[in-house]
Design a protein around this ligand. Structure first.
Ligand code: NAD
Ligand code: WQD
Length: 340
């Protein structure tokens, strides 16, 4: 019988692409998502791409312990992937309590349900933001954590909760994956990033400028100590992130306890380099102006992807051109995102 995986936040950007990947590899998939930042349509499209639907989808909040327990009663899970969280850095400064409650409280509620139901295997969504303002790149997992905003602190706290839980419960096996900057979309054009309101992140802003929803890009600073003065990031195709989760599931059984890995490409790209790559992909000009730095931004964040390569013999396969092409394809086919 095929393994069944609980995917929290499975209708979201990374979650929906991971559901496709798991279904295409024969897993049974159960989704818990309250749709606070996603459309239920995403799961219809997951089924269309994968050729079969998820086993079940529950529109509940992971912090609803009674409802979550009923989900664990109804299915025998081999493992859990925990994506459900709030993820907007700026909003986390405005609403810290909501961020700690959802991200840390959601994780402790999930861990309680897993313990009560004898489920010991977890893949957790962490973030490169735990590294903060890095002194040098590329970053290895041994570099110190120094979160600079409440969102990043929630991810760092969750890692501590998971490490303490693994020390106490020797059957637990946890992989915390620190994603760098996931972008792109499924190459079918059916699944992609559909942020609510005006996007904060560079790739969705570029896509919305190209499609005419936004007038232009503001480049937040060109006086960083980088080659062209604009911020450098490690953009990773969302399908590589999804594939990384499938491979992580295969390696949960390698050893017990908690392990932490970067998920990135190791390639740094500046804002202006991404503008050029996206302009090429969409064939339209992207008007932009240089403005002041965005508060809290850092000059460069790039992964050293060596640890995951050594542990799993795995690496990303999609380049920046594919990330831009797929992001543009989704935006062009879905100019207003998923239909309501
Ligand atoms: P997303 O917002 O698209 O997906 C998160 C999903 O979780 C959404 O579908 C949302 O409706 C759901 N959700 C939120 N709170 C919930 C709750 N209390 N109960 C049930 N469902 C809830 O975000 P994403 O980009 O797919 O991110 C997925 C995970 O990866 C998050 O944990 C995020 O912090 C982490 N991450 C994202 C990035 C990035 O740049 N996208 C980078 C590093 C880490
Ligand atoms: C990338 C670069 C901006 C928008 C965020 C989170 C991080 C992680 C990944 C969740 C920077 C510049 C952006 C714009 C711009 N997510 N920029 N104009 O800030 O690296 O990371 O997503 O864990 O935690 O902080 O991503 O896409 O917002 O910015 O010039 O309109 O683009 O200054 O250099 P960021 P981003």
């Amino acid at each position: 019988m095929s393994a069944t995986v609980l995917v929290t936040g499975g209708a979201g950007f990374i979650g929906s692409h991971t559901c496709v990947e798991l279904l295409e590899h024969g897993y049974g998939v159960v989704v818990v998502d309250d749709h606070s930042n996603s459309s239920p349509r995403a799961l219809e499209r997951v089924a269309k791409i994968a050729g079969r639907p998820v086993t079940a989808a529950y529109g509940i909040d992971v912090r609803d312990r009674r409802a979550l327990s009923a989900v664990f009663d109804a299915h025998a899970f081999d493992a859990v992937i925990h994506f459900a969280a709030k993820k907007a850095v700026g909003e986390s400064v405005e609403l810290p309590v909501e961020y700690y409650d959802t991200n840390v409280g959601g994780t402790t509620a999930l861990l309680s349900a897993m313990r009560e139901h004898g489920v010991h295997r977890l893949v957790f969504s962490s973030s490169c933001s735990v590294y903060g303002d890095a002194a040098a790149v590329p970053l290895t997992e041994e570099d110190p954590a120094a979160p600079t905003n409440p969102y990043a602190t929630t991810k760092w706290l969750c890692e501590q909760v998971l490490a303490d839980t693994c020390r106490r419960l020797p059957d637990m096996s946890v992989l915390a994956l620190r994603y760098f900057n996931p972008v792109g979309a499924h190459s079918s054009g059916l699944l992609g990033e559909d942020p609510r309101g005006v996007p904060d992140n560079l790739m969705p802003v570029l896509a919305q400028v190209a499609v005419g929803r936004l007038p232009g890009l503001r480049v937040f600073g060109d006086d960083y100590p980088t080659a062209d003065g604009t911020g450098v990031r490690d953009y990773i195709h969302v399908r590589d992130v999804a594939d990384g989760h499938r491979v992580a599931l295969e390696h949960l059984g390698d050893e017990r306890g908690m392990r932490t890995f970067n998920l990135g490409t190791g390639v740094g790209t500046s804002v202006l380099e991404l503008v050029a790559a996206f302009t090429h992909a969409c064939g339209r000009p992207i008007p932009y102006e240089i403005t002041a730095r965005r508060p809290g931004d850092v000059a460069a964040l790039v992964a050293d992807p060596g640890a995951v390569a050594r542990a799993w013999n795995w690496a990303t396969t999609r380049d920046l051109a594919a990330m831009c092409r797929d992001a543009w394809e989704f935006q062009e086919l879905n100019p207003s995102g998923y239909p309501d």
